[in-house]
Design a binder for this molecule. Structure first.
Ligand SMILES: NC(=O)c1ccc[n+]([C@@H]2O[C@H](COP(=O)([O-])OP(=O)(O)OC[C@H]3O[C@@H](n4cnc5c(N)ncnc54)[C@H](O)[C@@H]3O)[C@@H](O)[C@H]2O)c1
Length: 443
């Protein structure tokens, strides 16, 4: 493999070293955590990308019984060593490290003693790493977003279909306790027919993720130079696709996106580092706030907002609206026809969350909350590991993963064409019409 082959070249030439075994009759199994079975059959995991997120995921995995960590990979030796240390400090054998350049993850994926891989490298590498995992018969758990372009979305779907190996995007907000209780309520019909959802990823990442606190560009910031799009939509729509049966009864149809001008990045640098800082004047394509409106095949609408470079507290602004009621995340409140005590007045959501708590949370709350991010990271990883162990489908499948990720290219295309309505590709090739909901269905 050429030393400086870029990611795109790599994608073209990295055919499978060995195709994965075909796994028939996938299902999502909600019989979580059968401890005896867990102990009996260890799952052997690799982690690729052991930076901040990779190590945070690893810390969750180290809390789980029945896992082995034969190998880790990162091109940054320091990040790799920190992750190896974590495993050793947890009393496990030191994992073999792979760090010989950006394609060295392949050697990890060629190992016979790895069942599955967790991918937490930078965005450009998510799809190539997941493809190589599937081609080598390893379950892939890939951080958000799973794909950045329509081409990558199709590559993931085609490779999954050719190999039969599952690929799950680690969209943790699909697993939040409030969002899963809402999913139960939606399925019980408490909101009537769902007609509209609004969702945001509103998170000021300018001083730690796009750029370092010292004002240097990090890898995330590079995407702001030449792209204008909803850069990071999956946390916004993480709970939305199951609420709306997207991929299993409905699907994205068309989408239109507008972005405002970019002022926030330049102003941040002017204010913090002075007018002479290069980024105080540099041109960035990325608008500060990007608004996407998606229409579904059924005729429902979804409003998705990107807001990651202006000063603001974190917010997802979920609002779920049906013919018989409405839920609003910021108010932590809802209103249900014939149920809420006062006409047209909000009532608190927490009692409903308790009453309709999802089985995953009823079974796992204590263990999950030890892992951080409110327990969602532990829960999504535990469910992924369980699918690997049982050779079943993952709770989020490849189609769900690319549906969420496809908002990135959909929004970019629409903005570039002057807020034109864009047709959404059907990455299921029609399967959404007959597929039954499987995510978090309670038995
Ligand atoms: N789900 C969440 O809540 C959440 C939170 C934070 C980050 N993330 C996602 O996690 C991913 C990583 O983010 P981060 O904040 O940890 O970034 P980071 O820069 O801290 O870590 C990325 C790591 O990947 C490594 N890497 C890059 N290319 C590689 C290659 N070819 N081979 C091996 N290693 C490689 C880097 O050296 C680095 O250590 C991103 O995709 C991000 O979107 C998700």
């Amino acid at each position: 493999m050429a030393e400086h082959m870029d990611r795109r070249e790599f994608l073209k030439v990295s055919g499978g070293a060995s195709a994965g075994a075909l796994l028939a009759n996938f299902r999502t199994d909600s019989s979580l955590f059968e401890k005896a079975e867990q102990a009996a059959r260890p799952v052997r995991l690799g982690v690729i990308g052991t930076g901040n997120r990779g190590r945070s995921l690893l810390s969750n995995l180290l809390l789980m019984p029945g896992l082995e960590f034969p190998a880790l990979c990162d091109i940054d030796l320091d990040a790799l060593a920190k992750a190896q240390d974590m495993v050793v400090k947890a009393g496990r054998p030191k994992p073999e490290g792979y760090s010989q350049g950006p394609e060295d993850f392949q050697r990890l994926l060629w190992r016979d003693d790895v069942d599955a891989v967790v991918i937490a490298a930078s965005w450009d590498w998510h799809t190539p790493m997941a493809l190589t995992a599937m081609r080598n018969g390893k379950y892939a758990a890939v951080e958000v977003p799973a794909a950045m372009s329509f081409e990558e979305c199709w590559d993931l779907v085609d490779t999954h279909e050719a190999t039969g190996v599952p690929c799950m995007m680690l969209e943790n907000w699909s697993f939040r306790q409030d969002n899963l209780a809402l999913l139960n309520m939606v399925r019980k019909g408490l909101f009537g027919e769902i007609v509209h959802v609004q969702a945001s990823h509103a998170h000021d990442c300018i001083d730690h993720w796009f750029f370092s606190p010292e004002g240097n560009m990090r890898w995330g910031g590079r995407y702001l130079i030449g792209h204008n799009r909803s850069q990071y939509p999956t946390h916004a729509v993480g709970p939305v696709w199951p609420w709306m049966d997207l991929g299993c009864g409905d699907y994205f149809d068309t989408a239109v996106t507008m972005a405002n001008r970019q002022l926030g990045i330049n102003d941040y640098f002017r204010h913090k580092f002075g007018v002479d800082h290069p980024y105080a004047k540099a041109s960035f394509a990325q608008g500060d706030v990007v608004t996407t409106l998606i229409k579904t095949k059924k005729g429902n609408t979804i409003f998705v907002k990107y807001d990651m470079q202006l000063p603001r507290p974190y917010d997802n602004q979920w609002e779920l609206q049906g013919t018989r009621g409405i839920y609003n995340e910021q108010r932590n409140a809802l209103y249900l026809v014939d149920k809420s005590p006062a006409y047209h007045e909000w009532e608190p959501f927490p009692p409903y969350m308790e009453k309709h708590d999802h089985v995953w949370w009823r079974k796992m709350k204590t263990e999950a909350e030890a892992g951080g991010h409110g327990g969602t990271d532990y829960l999504e990883l535990a469910l992924f590991v369980e699918a690997v162990r049982k050779k079943t489908q993952t709770p989020i499948d490849v189609y769900d993963s690319v549906l969420m990720s496809s908002i990135i290219p959909l929004s970019e295309k629409s903005i570039a064409a002057g807020a034109t309505l864009i047709e959404c590709p059907d990455f299921t090739r029609g399967k959404w019409k007959t597929k039954k909901p499987s995510f978090g269905v309670e038995g």
